[in-house]
Design a protein around this ligand. Structure first.
Ligand code: IMP
Ligand code: MG
Length: 182
């Protein structure tokens, strides 16, 4: 029987540590947005698990919405131009938007998205990411909330994928090199 855990070289962040950090972030957000009009905007699909846990750690009233984007142009290099696959259903006027992402890497995707949503009459807009990989940053964007800083290694699990696989792994792990080399 195939087991996805066999492809993992090591656990980088345990399920327990993730739970603790997400709870803490939820508390912080509840406090910071107590008198605001908070809407969480999750970027599909990488952020779904983080979103599901984070929203349940928030105690103030919120709205949620989802967006799906992909980098324009083929190849492995991010161009920074993002194609909207699925836009938001809600009007953002007067809302305090918190973009929920799985990982802030080069920052190209989030800087484009932030810019785009900023022009929709929002009251404020900030970023909450599970992981921050600052060594890879190209665009001038920073996370207002993050749970963990990670080294420049490709990680999977808790929503993050390699080739659309490993999203359902309950922790953050580093893949065995032979998986990439296949
Ligand atoms: P950016 O525009 O380079 O910041 O791209 C961020 C997106 O790239 C994330 O939302 C992820 O989908 C993907 N990504 C970046 N680093 C990793 C990684 O280590 N594992 C899995 N996906 C990653
Ligand atoms: Mg993503």
């Amino acid at each position: 029987m195939a087991n996805i855990e066999n492809d993992i070289e090591r656990v980088l962040i345990s399920e327990k540590d993730i739970k603790k950090a997400v709870k803490k972030m939820g508390k912080m957000i509840s406090k910071d947005y107590a008198d605001k009009n908070l809407m969480l905007v999750a970027v599909l699909k990488g952020s779904v698990i983080f979103m599901a846990d984070l929203m349940r750690a928030i105690s103030i009233p919120i709205n949620i919405d989802f967006m799906s984007v992909s980098s324009y142009g083929g190849g492995t290099k991010t161009t920074g131009v993002v194609k909207i696959i699925k836009d938001l259903d809600h009007d953002l006027s007067g809302k305090d938007i918190l973009i929920v992402e799985d990982i802030l890497d080069s920052g190209m995707t989030l800087s484009y998205l932030k810019n785009l949503l900023e022009h929709r009459n929002v009251s404020s807009i900030r970023i909450a990411t599970l992981l921050d990989k600052p060594e890879r940053r190209i665009a001038d964007v920073k996370a207002d909330y993050f749970c963990f800083t990670v080294p420049d290694e490709f990680v999977v699990g808790y929503g993050l994928d390699f080739d659309q696989q490993y999203r359902h792994l309950p922790y953050i792990g580093v893949l065995k090199p032979e998986i990439y080399e296949k």
